[in-house]
Ligand binder design. Structure first.
Ligand code: LLP
Length: 432
């Protein structure tokens, strides 16, 4: 029933995460509450780092995609585990910098970076700026020239791969707002332009084909296409591309029926493709970056809610309403994403009903999920929605002027707050 092995049920029948009793957490910190298992985050970081070391012999680094879940403490944990970071806005850069993250291990992304963002990235000395389009390249060149620096860049390439995932999170196909297209010759023109920019150091290429992808084949395909392009650049322009960022997108288990491949298998298969392609194309093996976001953050997290109203509509459905909703858990209303849920104080009982878990926002689509197997839930019970560590807190809003929940890290049964719950004064903080 439980999607992750850091979850368990204690002798009181309470759900535990990382050894901490969720009912005690709810009582101590209030609900809604995001809970993240720090040990699982660290363990996953190590698995990524060890497998990239194993298959690329130290010539690779995972960059945690901080859009999945960013706060200062998360940046500190990622830094402590020796990973790099993918940031996609000045806000994510600022969070990392304030947390003391080594900025030379940061890749800065975005399809529409502002001059303010580019200047900040240059001032921070980020490791790479992943340039998305020609106008950005020219603006960055001017900023770098004015500061008399030569930032390292990668170019974001659309490899033309169709990843089998939700349309909204696909990014590698030609009809995408991200990056330069290969098929049209746009990418090669961009490489020429970048080489001609005196104040930019073109070091690598980047691609990212989508998110929540279970198949390894599209990743292998993307690596092949990108290496073919690196060889073309060498042959036609005599220029050596040294690095290749293969993006993120590894699928995770949200539901019992989900069966993603372990990412060690991804790393093994993709690295074999990289090495054999490099050999047959006669190019040096590039250094490799990958950018896992969801796979590091999601399985480590859960959201705790208190049940309020229960409405049984005969022959139609039962609504169990909780004290949060689309403001803290927007993925159902956005993508129809499904989750497993558990009544955390009845976790030793059977999930005997199927219910719709509804939020408290003022619209009918505000649901956590429909037709969800659940223990009999009554007012005052605590519901845990599982695997919510990615793209929930980071995409939360103040819709209906709800306060954003706190985030708590647990480790070996101990808990500590890492993001405070918003207060009512936070809600009006910027109002004049
Ligand atoms: N690198 C780049 C350039 C990306 O655009 C993304 C995600 C990642 C890495 C990390 O992908 P991950 O390993 O987390 O799949 N809000 C959506 C997901 C959007 C993903 C955007 N880009 C969701 O909740 O499913």
């Amino acid at each position: 029933m439980l999607v992750s092995d850091n979850l368990s049920v204690n002798s009181q029948g309470h759900l535990t995460i990382g050894g901490a009793d969720t009912i005690e957490l709810a009582a101590q910190y209030g609900t809604p509450l995001y809970v993240m298992d720090e040990e699982l985050i660290r363990k996953t970081c190590r698995r990524f780092k060890d497998s990239i070391d194993k298959y690329y012999g130290g010539n690779g680094l995972p960059h945690y995609a901080s859009k999945a879940f960013s706060c200062m403490e998360m940046c500190r944990v990622i830094a402590d585990e020796g990973l790099g970071l993918d940031a996609v806005s000045i806000g994510e850069l600022y969070t990392a910098k304030k947390a003391g993250f080594p900025m030379e291990k940061v890749g800065f992304h975005g399809n529409n970076k502002t001059n303010e963002e580019l200047e900040f990235a240059v001032e921070c000395g980020v490791g790479q700026i992943i340039v998305d389009n020609i106008s950005e390249m020219k603006r960055l060149e001017a900023i770098a020239a004015a500061k008399n620096v030569r930032p390292t860049i990668m170019l974001r390439i659309k490899p033309g791969i169709d990843a089998h995932t939700h349309d909204f999170v696909k990014t590698g196909q030609i009809d995408s707002k991200f990056g330069f297209a290969l098929e049209t010759g746009e990418a090669l023109e961009a490489v020429k332009e970048a080489i001609s920019c005196e104040n930019l150091d073109l070091d690598g290429l980047h691609c990212h084909i989508g998110s929540q992808i279970f198949d390894i084949a599209p990743f292998e395909e993307a690596a092949k296409v990108m290496l073919g392009f690196i060889a073309q650049i060498k042959n036609e322009l005599g220029y050596e591309i040294k690095g290749l960022n293969l993006g993120g997108g590894f699928g995770i288990k949200y539901l019992e029926k989900d069966d993603p491949s372990p990412f060690e298998t991804y790393m093994e298969r993709v690295s074999a493709v990289v090495k054999s392609q490099c050999e047959s194309l006669g190019i040096a093996v590039p250094y490799i970056h990958i950018e896992p976001g969801r796979s590091i953050a999601a399985p480590a997290g859960m959201t705790l809610y208190t049940v309020g109203a229960r409405k049984e509509i005969p022959n139609i459905r039962t609504y169990v309403s909780v004290d949060g909703g689309m403001a803290d858990s927007p993925r159902y209303i956005l993508y129809g994403s499904e989750y497993e849920a558990v009544v955390a104080n009845k976790a030793d009982q059977e999930r005997s009903e199927r219910v719709t878990i509804a939020g408290k926002c003022c619209e009918s689509g505000d649901l956590i999920g429909e037709n969800m197997p659940l223990q009999h839930a009554e007012s005052g019970d605590i519901i845990a929605v599982l695997a919510t560590g990615a793209y929930n807190y980071s995409m939360s809003s103040n819709y209906n002027r709800l306060q954003k929940p706190a985030v708590v890290f647990v480790k070996n049964g101990e808990s500590r707050i890492v993001v405070k719950r918003e207060t009512l004064d936070d809600i009006i903080r910027n109002d004049i």
